[in-house]
Design a protein around this ligand. Structure first.
Ligand code: C2E
Ligand code: MG
Ligand code: MG
Length: 675
């Protein structure tokens, strides 16, 4: 190596060395910067990964749990672990949407911190007040880097005593509302971290979904257990409660449970005439009235009598039920039933200027040694209710063993009735209808149905017609009656052959096939249509009067005549008489019995006869048993009658004989006149 002596050469070398040094320095710095950037990137990546894991964990919790409370607890636990916060606390927003209370759901890193929770539970925060209040108002996640610097933080004393430095909070949003605010506290200063805030906001949304799901489930459960119209518990809840109450009874205890079944009397009429909307309103009013009345009886007595609980439910339609339980249940039930009846009877519903009222039939059953299952009790109360219903409006029946027996008999009657047609057990008997001025002459016969049950006892229609209607057998039975009566009448030939009058139940009349049935009977028997009369009651006009009118017109066009039966017992509506093409009306037996001694009934019969004359209707008085009744009817001007005085319902052969005898007598009479 040669020595450098030239100063300019030395200076050039120095300059080069310096540049080299500077370049190395720049390179080192660049490397360090690159390393720092890489490290920061990695750190950010790591944090992002951690947060996404946190979000994932909370999402899993949110999916697995249906309880918001549990989801909140798990979420604050996860967030505390992730952020190193020492307290996680949940404030729940109250129904007004503007205030909050600490919920009691919290996460603490040490029991000492309970003091802060106790302080939190003492405050009720309005929107905008304190940390949770601010989150409620802004609906956004929020950081408080230094609690000591925050002017709007209420629990600062407690926080400083416990060494809490920073805080953050975020809302749980459900739809348009904040449901809760979750707050977190740390003992070391928290750095402002926009990404963490974003993660917390996402967690708030996830938790909101749990709340939504919980509400939806709660609504479904509520709907499954409540009646939508009245809001009362429904059948399902009633049954569940009854079962729970029964299973909580001790083995020797029976008196503690009473079941009441109620069925409104007259509700159908309101529904049919005032419309379904009014019917619904009435049911709501009934539910309120029953609930109010019951609340006067329930609760605990200060005396020695003990407590009484009640559950009122709507079973469906116009049926309500009451479950009473507690030591006073059995003793109190009849009095409560009476109070419920009285309250219902005071209830009024005004529709279009018409006042409607209802009453109810109530059946009561008690838990007994032999009837402690829910279905036994409900069946017994139901049987008692039907018994009450049969005895008239506004009655109460307490279940007894005889009702069970009656129900069994009814069941066996029902089974036998189902087979009666094919076993040919039905017969028609014929009761003469006569002219009051010439009682020997038979103008017509009313066909009256009899059931020779099991080929032995002869049952009147009152024993089975209602049941036949209930079990939908009336159509087939009616068809049989129509065909048989027409066939029999066709056999009574001759110039003054009598007509046959056939009773038609409302249900049968409303059947689509009814007119075809009549036509078929006429064609098959060959009976002239003007020798067939149909007897209907005013009930045919209920629900669909226009349809009833159309059917009646069809029958009249065919030449068949229709009588209004039992006049005076139903609505006796003038408009029915006026608007429907009836040709005769039959005065009910209740006006005829004892007529000669009852000026009131005489007045009524006179009024009916006047009305009939105005409307050009023929009149037949029913149930004439005595000559004085017949005489009074003659005086009043009634043209036709029917009753034991002129002949009981008789088998067809006897009816034919009676007809022949009447004809012979009239022949003799004419001969005598000629002679
Ligand atoms: P209804 O149509 O008013 O028939 C008159 C009822 O009064 C008959 O009772 C008859 O036997 C009875 N009766 C007649 N005269 C007297 C009397 O002087 N004194 C008394 N105490 N009773 C008298 P029945 O046969 O028991 O029929 C009762 C009801 O059953 C009938 O009342 C009618 O509504 C219904 N019914 C009868 N046959 C049929 C039928 O084939 N189909 C339908 N759907 N109902 C029928
Ligand atoms: Mg009749
Ligand atoms: Mg009648």
């Amino acid at each position: 190596v040669g020595r450098l002596t030239d100063p300019s050469e030395c200076a050039a070398i120095d300059a080069r060395l310096q540049r080299c040094g500077q370049m190395l320095e720049r390179q080192r710095k660049a490397r360090e910067d690159a390393e720092a950037i890489a490290e920061d990137g990695l750190r950010r990546l790591y944090l992002r990964q951690q947060r996404s894991e946190l979000l994932q964990r909370v999402a899993t919790v949110a999916n697995l749990t249906s309880s918001a409370e549990e989801a909140y607890a798990r979420a604050i636990e996860e967030i505390c672990t992730h952020t190193g916060c020492v307290i996680g606390n949940v404030f729940l927003v109250e129904d007004d949407g503007r205030t909050m209370r600490a919920s009691g759901i919290h996460q603490l890193s040490s029991p000492d911190l309970l003091e802060f929770i106790a302080e939190s539970r003492r405050c009720r925060l309005a929107a905008g007040v304190g940390l949770p209040g601010r989150v409620l108002e802004t609906r956004e996640a929020c950081y408080v880097p230094l609690l000591a610097d925050d002017e709007n933080f209420l629990r600062l004393d407690a926080a400083q005593r416990l060494g809490l430095v920073s805080a953050m909070a975020f809302p749980v949003i459900v739809g348009a509302h904040v449901n809760a605010v979750l707050e977190f506290y740390s003992a070391a200063p928290l750095q402002q971290d926009a990404e963490l805030l974003e993660t917390l906001t996402q967690i708030g949304l996830q938790l909101g979904r749990v709340v939504e799901r919980e509400r939806f489930t709660r609504k479904l459960t509520h709907d499954a257990q409540h009646d939508a119209l009245t809001g009362l518990p429904n059948k399902v809840q009633y049954r569940e409660r009854l079962e729970a109450v029964l299973s909580s009874l001790g083995s020797g205890e029976h008196d503690g449970v009473a079941v009441m079944f109620m069925d409104l009397d007259g509700f159908k009429l309101v529904n049919d005439s005032a419309g379904h909307h009014s019917g619904d309103q009435l049911l709501i009013d009934v539910a309120h009235t029953l609930g109010r009345t019951l609340s006067d009886f329930t609760g605990c007595d200060d005396g020695a009598e003990g407590c009484l609980d009640a559950l009122l439910a709507r079973f469906g339609g116009d049926e309500f039920t009451v479950l009473l339980w507690g030591p006073r249940a059995r003793g109190a039930a009849p009095g409560i039933a009476q109070a419920l009846l009285s309250a219902l009877e005071r209830l009024r519903l005004m529709v279009d200027g018409i006042t409607y009222s209802v009453s109810s039939s109530i059946g009561i059953a008690y838990a007994e040694p032999g009837a402690r299952r829910s279905e036994d009790l409900m069946r017994n109360a139901d049987l008692a209710m039907y018994d009450a219903k049969r005895s008239g409006r506004g009655r109460i029946t307490v279940f007894g063993a005889e009702l069970h027996q009656a129900a069994q008999e009814r069941f066996s009657l029902q089974s036998a009735l189902g087979l009666a047609l094919e076993r040919r057990e039905f017969e028609l008997h014929y009761q003469p209808i006569v002219s009051l001025n010439e009682p020997e002459q038979v103008c017509g016969f009313e066909a009256l149905l009899r059931w020779r049950r099991g080929g032995q006892e002869l049952l009147p229609p009152s024993a089975f017609i209602d049941l036949a209607e209930e079990i939908d057998l009336i159509g087939k039975i009616g068809e049989f009656v129509m065909a048989q009566a027409c066939r029999q009448a066709a056999r009574w030939s001759g110039s003054s052959a009598p007509y046959v009058s056939v009773n038609v139940s409302p249900k049968q009349f409303k059947q689509d096939r009814f007119c075809d049935q009549v036509e078929e009977a006429l064609v098959t028997s060959g009976l002239a249509p003007d020798r067939l009369r149909l007897e209907v009651t005013e009930n045919i006009a209920i629900r669909d009067p226009e349809r009833a009118r159309a059917t009646l017109h069809r029958l009249r066009d065919r030449g068949v005549r229709v009588s209004l039966d039992d006049f005076g017992t139903g609505y006796s509506s003038l408009s029915h008489l006026h608007r429907f093409p009836f040709e005769a009306l039959k005065i009910d037996r209740s006006f005829v019995t004892g007529l000669s001694r009852s000026p009131r009934n005489q007045g009524l019969v006179r009024a009916i006869l006047d009305l009939a004359q105005t409307l050009d209707l023929e009149v037949v008085a029913e149930g004439v048993e005595r000559e004085d009744e017949a005489a009074m009817l003659r005086v009043l001007g009634c043209p036709f009658a029917q009753g034991h005085r002129f002949g009981r319902p008789m088998a067809p052969d006897l009816a034919t004989q009676r007809l022949a005898a009447a004809r012979a007598r009239s022949y003799d009479l004419r001969l005598a006149r000629c002679a």
